[in-house]
Design a protein around this ligand. Structure first.
Ligand code: GAP
Length: 511
């Protein structure tokens, strides 16, 4: 998919009520977006799919909903006050600011793409006898690119780990990285910026400066004891939550990919120390399966091991999706050790431990975290499902081939004409089906135009009522993806729609 297609995704999202620029009538607020009538429905459905697959399908995972405002000591304990920084660099000519590590990563990506091109060429040349692993290990061009990647990654990791900002700048200069806007190498020094927003609590509360949470995870950690005790939870067990997080992203771009206010869906899985790497592998696989279960092209997903680990992690991997602008993180799986609970134990002075009856000892549990951005998942689905297709008669149609269970509406009810009792029959069907499905009712315009509008918002099933329907109690159902039409009895509609759009079926194929 090209940049042009990405522009199409953004304009489609606006035109069809999925995503609007925040405060648009005041010329917008940078990196802040609002979800429209169809967007909120899609977002809610993604959240439900996540929630059910994490909480409902796992007997040892429970959910919570903690407050956005938290005691300021939480963020001191978690390391965010001192360590939640991004290394930023400005280009003096374009006056644009960039994350130094992202500039370097984007440079590395060019070599990754070079390797992929060589592999494609190799596959073409050798046909069926192509051995990809051997090719990657022996082809001189691939080897050269891989050595460059390893060198850059190694240098970046050591600079980031030691906080050596001069070395980061040196690397940018050494690699001749230019500003994408000005094309120049006229860079400032690299500086650290803290990403947390702060605000004031009422002056009478003593602790007046508080932060807007930059991750939902800490709400889970500070409630670990509450949930473990009241839920009588035994290790291993998980606590899940979804909710807003806030980060002062200096370089916010690519639409809803990187926003200042966004939503996370996070799960902290508490385990016996020493078992965390097994659970890390377990959740790494489980989470990728969750994505693939939506029918998204598996080739568009890959794992990406972290070069620089966050201050709390001893292992971390991203699940990346191939967006129109390249592979980018959608979800992170982190082995967070006992860092967070240990820190909260120390800063709060409260004992945060688990008595393990098997080992007959107390300890601070280890944690494996899965953390996915709801907005990024939304963008995955929009980018993957928006298609322009040729249909009969040389016409084009725009279709949003969303996973049916996640579409804003599961069915549309469309009386062929606005008279002769067809609207009344349509409304009766609507009133009956609305108890089970999100239904859309529409009488205006030709049926062809109405089908196109439903295709564009991803409605999997349209139901058309015509004059025959009044006499024989049958209607036409038309399927979004195949455009197949068939005549069915009204009393079979519920089961038929259910077979096309069921969230349960989606969950069943997952478990
Ligand atoms: N608790 C761990 C944590 O917050 P993270 O990798 O910083 O880890 C997790 O964030 C996920 O949140 C990311 O994979 C991404 O999908 C989403 N995310 C992070 N920053 C974001 C932003 N500025 N805008 C939109 N989504 C974001």
């Amino acid at each position: 998919m090209s940049e042009d297609q990405f522009k199409h995704v953004i304009s489609h999202a606006k035109e069809y009520g999925f995503v609007f620029q925040g405060s648009e009538i005041y010329d917008g607020l940078a990196a802040v977006y609002d979800y429209g009538q169809n967007g909120v429905a899609l977002k809610n459905n993604i959240r439900t799919y996540w929630w059910k697959s994490m909480v409902q399908l796992n007997e040892n995972i429970v959910g919570i909903d903690s407050a956005i405002f938290m005691h300021p000591k939480v963020w001191k304990a978690s390391g965010h006050v001192d360590g939640f920084n991004d290394p930023m660099i400005d280009n003096k000519d374009s006056k644009k600011r960039y994350r130094a590590d992202v500039l370097i990563e984007e440079h590395v990506e060019k070599y990754v793409q070079k390797i992929e091109k060589e592999v494609v060429k190799g596959r073409k040349r050798f046909g069926d006898s192509f051995d990809e692993a051997q090719f990657r290990a022996t082809n001189p061009n691939v080897q050269r690119s891989q050595q460059t990647i390893d060198y850059i990654n190694g240098e970046m990791k050591s600079a980031m780990d030691s906080g050596d900002l001069d070395r980061l700048k040196g690397l940018i200069e050494e690699l001749n990285i230019v500003c994408p806007i000005s094309g120049s190498r006229n860079w400032t020094d690299v500086r650290q910026f803290n990403l947390m927003y702060s605000t004031q609590m009422s002056a009478t509360d003593g602790e007046s400066q508080i932060y807007l949470r930059p991750e939902t995870a800490q709400g889970i950690f500070v409630n670990y004891l509450n949930v473990q005790k009241t839920g009588r939870m035994r290790l291993p067990f998980g606590i899940a939550q979804t909710g807003k997080a806030f980060r002062n992203e200096i370089v916010a771009r690519q639409f809803i990919m990187r926003m200042k206010e966004f939503e996370q869906m996070e799960m902290q899985f508490f385990v016996q120390p020493g078992t965390e790497m097994d659970w890390f592998e377990y959740w790494k696989e489980k989470r990728l399966a969750w994505h693939k279960n939506l029918g998204i092209d598996a080739a568009k997903y890959r794992y990406h091991d972290h070069i620089k680990l966050a201050h709390y992690a001893n292992a971390a991997v991203d699940i990346e999706f191939e967006f129109p602008f390249g592979f980018k993180e959608v979800e992170g799986i982190h082995s967070r050790t006992d860092f967070d609970l240990g820190q909260h134990q120390e800063f709060s002075g409260k004992k945060i431990q688990y008595f393990d009856p098997e080992r007959n000892e107390n300890y601070v549990p280890y944690v494996v975290e899965t953390s996915i951005g709801l907005d990024r998942m939304f963008l995955v689905l929009l980018s993957d499902s928006l298609r322009t297709e040729q249909v009969e008669g040389g016409e084009e149609r725009t279709v949003l081939a969303l996973p049916p269970a996640l579409a804003p509406y599961q069915c549309a009810i469309l009386p062929l004409v606005k008279k002769d009792g067809l609207p009344e029959m349509g409304r009766a069907i609507f009133d009956d089906l609305k108890l089970d499905f999100a239904c859309y009712y529409e009488e205006k315009d030709s049926i062809g135009k109405r089908y196109r509008r439903q295709d564009a918002i991803g409605t999997p099933v349209c139901i058309t009522i015509d004059h025959e329907s009044l006499t024989d109690q049958t209607v036409t159902i038309r399927l979004r993806d195949t455009m197949e039409q068939r005549r069915v009895p009204v009393n079979a509609l519920r089961d038929l729609i259910n077979s096309e759009v069921s969230m349960n079926a989606l969950l069943r194929s997952l478990s």
